[in-house]
Design a protein around this ligand. Structure first.
Ligand code: ZN
Length: 53
């Protein structure tokens, strides 16, 4: 998998590092970089942003 799992858009991998979470440039889905050789991404785990409730 070298593209967005949601919309299959090609993701620019040149500037990505493993563990980086970034929004898909096409659909905005949060993606996490699993690795760079080969480059692979997956849906980033949903994290609540309201820490401490
Ligand atoms: Zn996408």
């Amino acid at each position: 998998m070298s593209g967005c799992p949601e919309c299959e858009a090609t993701v620019e991998s040149a500037t990505k590092i493993p563990g980086e979470v970034f929004p898909c440039p096409d659909c905005g889905t949060e993606l996490e970089v699993l690795g760079t050789q080969p480059f692979a991404v997956a849906l980033a785990p949903k994290e609540a942003e309201d820490w401490g409730e």
